[in-house]
Design a protein around this ligand. Sequence first.
Ligand code: OAD
Length: 307
Amino acid sequence: MTNPAHLAEFQECFGASKRIVALVGAGLLASSGLPTFRGTQGLWKNFNMIDLATPDAFYIDPGLVWQFYLWRRHQALQAQPNAGHLALAELSRSTSKEFVTITQNVDGLLGRAGHEREKLHEIHGSLFDLRCTSFTCTYVDHGNEDDPLTPALDVPEEYEKSQSSSLPKESESLSVMDLGQNVVAPSPQFTAIQELSVSELPLCPACQSLMRPGVVWFGELLPLRVLDEIDDFLESGPVDLILVIGTSGTVYPANAYVDLVRSRGGAVAIFNTDIEPAVMRGELERTWGFQGDAAEWLPVALAEPKK
Ligand code: OAD
């Protein structure tokens, strides 16, 4: 919950800010019905990330890893961008502010919400890119939304039904004072359905090697081109404000951007269901906390203040 004076103070800063960065994590997906990673309802609750999101995991059992990513692609394609995605997309089209979004999410919902592509930096890649695993082949399939990707990777109907019963219901509209009260429903959990051989998985049309999801796994380097584009923005002038949206801030380098902006005098606004009490009490200089569902808070906070 945040009091109206706090919101007004943030909006004054937002209105005056010329250069803004949004750092986005899985919390923005919650009200679109997609799971976060950590916490009691997170994806890493039932599964160890080492078994699903590392190069070793893919080497040991590509069928298991592909089922995990197929399941996530399927869910992402069924999900709709929420009001938080739309508010960021609108900001990306602003002509009076320089704005970029750095997202750790791989679901494509910001793009589907109409976020300007060149201002959207997907540092963990995309569920809808496929890359050839051969060292000698550079084939990449961008923006492939086929579902299923191969006949063997189809999600059986019974499995889908059992999953959709646990999806969150659409939330009711709330007043500013109520926003912090919104609780997002439990997320569905992944279960591997079958053992698959390599020949049943996506193969490279150029060289017939196994394709892999175009996401960044633990232990891998982030895409240098994307990091360079972000650096160009950060180094080409001071950032007045960073919006830190639905991220636990546990993964480098995403978490370092907040410290960088703050250390150079930029303001910080946090949108999260779980915010440090000191931030909520307003004890950190030029730092505001909007506690609750980011999808509900963002359109309110980024709206033109009422005169
Ligand atoms: P996490 O699951 O670590 O954190 C999600 C954050 O969102 C938490 O701080 C929650 O309190 C908050 N949250 C949950 N529901 C929310 C809501 N409705 N509104 C606002 N906030 C909400 O997800 P990330 O920080 O995105 O990397 O995780 C970072 C990276 O770690 C991911 O990209 C992924 C993961 O392992 C890879 O897979 C490489």
